[in-house]
Write a protein that binds this ligand. Structure first.
Ligand SMILES: NC(=O)c1ccc[n+]([C@@H]2O[C@H](COP(=O)([O-])OP(=O)(O)OC[C@H]3O[C@@H](n4cnc5c(N)ncnc54)[C@H](OP(=O)(O)O)[C@@H]3O)[C@@H](O)[C@H]2O)c1
Length: 324
């Protein structure tokens, strides 16, 4: 395993972060693994040297956090556990979502309990909350750090001006800053290269991209995109513009480079991201031990400058996707 530093937090993390959206219950989303299979995958991740895990309170409505916490029992101090809050957890309780002080305090405590930890290493806001002034949110997050419920705070998909505003607010009031950005970034969706990624680089934020394999579209030929359980059932994959612009051509070029390198398409998709200096660790989502092993092996692949250009060339600007 390769390790790197998570931006200015100083924490050392594996260059592959295991995304835990795929663990919980198929009642939430059809392709999600149950506890036994999820635990087996987490165990294998530990064997492979992965020490960085990303989950969220909303994944399987808390089950993902609980499974992760149980699977890491007795070994949590050596892991970097990241979770997120924002989305409404209880349909009948509007205060169970958003970033008000009440929502943050209650949701954070619920996450700590499910994960079985006193202190969460990285607590991220899953989205921006238009209804709560950012100063209120930053003060509540700062208090969480002071009370040792959270070590570091991070943000997820938002506009760059919002992240800049949050950092300016923290600066002005001497509050904790967001140290990480979890954003939508992969070979088929590169809009973040305009503003967000240069901003993160300039400010020293770690970047941990979500859906690094375009929810599976970068892992198999276009014609086979709906052949897996998740490919058939994941309506969110179709919400993103992966098939538009140069998407299909990129998919074909990934196949071509994979053949030349004797690698899988998934490995080429990941190694493209790993070659990007502003990427700290992609958050890989998988329900297969073999695919997890492939992701780790992708660390050994080096793409040449001309391979990178060949893969990138067909890309056309796309509508913003992943937040609004
Ligand atoms: N912050 C946010 O808003 C946000 C949004 C989405 C996701 N996330 C985070 O990001 C993580 C990853 O997201 P994701 O699951 O959408 O990511 P992804 O890695 O882009 O896509 C996962 C899909 O790729 C397939 N795949 C992975 N490796 C493969 C391989 N070697 N060969 C063939 N297929 C392969 C998986 O199939 P198999 O299951 O068969 O391997 C699965 O269908 C989540 O777990 C979550 O932690 C965050």
């Amino acid at each position: 395993m390769e390790y790197t530093t998570l931006g200015d937090t100083g924490m050392t993390v594996s260059r592959i972060c295991l995304g835990c959206m795929s663990f919980g219950t198929s009642d939430w989303r059809e392709w999600v693994l149950d506890e036994e299979a999820g635990t087996e995958l987490i165990e294998r991740a530990l064997d492979l040297g992965i020490n960085f895990f990303d989950t969220a309170n909303m994944y399987s409505r808390g089950e993902s956090e609980r499974i992760l916490g149980d699977a890491l029992a007795g070994r949590k101090d050596e892991q970097v556990i990241a979770t997120k809050g924002y989305f409404q957890m209880d349909d009948s309780d509007p205060n169970s979502g958003g970033l008000s002080r009440k929502a943050i305090e209650q949701q954070l405590d619920a996450s700590r309990e499910r994960l079985g930890v006193d202190t969460i290493d990285l607590y991220q806001i899953h989205r921006w909350d238009d209804e709560t002034p950012i100063e209120t949110t930053m003060r509540a997050l700062d208090d969480a750090v002071r009370r040792e419920k959270v070590r570091y705070i991070g943000a997820s998909s938002m506009w760059t001006h919002q992240l800049a505003k949050s950092r300016h607010t923290s600066d002005r009031h001497g509050l904790e800053q967001f140290m990480t950005m979890q954003n939508h970034y992969n070979l088929l969706y590169r809009e973040e290269e305009r503003e967000m990624l240069p901003y993160c680089e300039n400010q020293g934020l770690a970047v941990i991209p979500w859906s690094p394999l375009a929810r599976g579209y970068l892992t198999r030929p276009h014609e086979e995109s709906e052949t897996t359980a998740r490919g058939q059932a994941d309506s969110h994959a179709r919400d993103h513009p992966y098939f538009d612009g140069g998407g299909r051509e990129i998919n074909e070029r990934v196949q071509q480079i994979a053949e030349d390198e004797g690698a899988t398409m998934a490995q080429i998709g990941l190694s493209w991201l790993l070659e990007k200096d502003w990427v700290t660790a992609p958050i890989v989502g998988t329900t297969s031990i073999e695919h997890l092993e492939e992701a780790v092996e992708a660390l050994d692949i080096t793409l040449s400058g001309s391979d990178m250009e060949f893969l990138e060339e067909p890309y056309e600007p796309l509508p913003v996707s992943g937040h609004s």
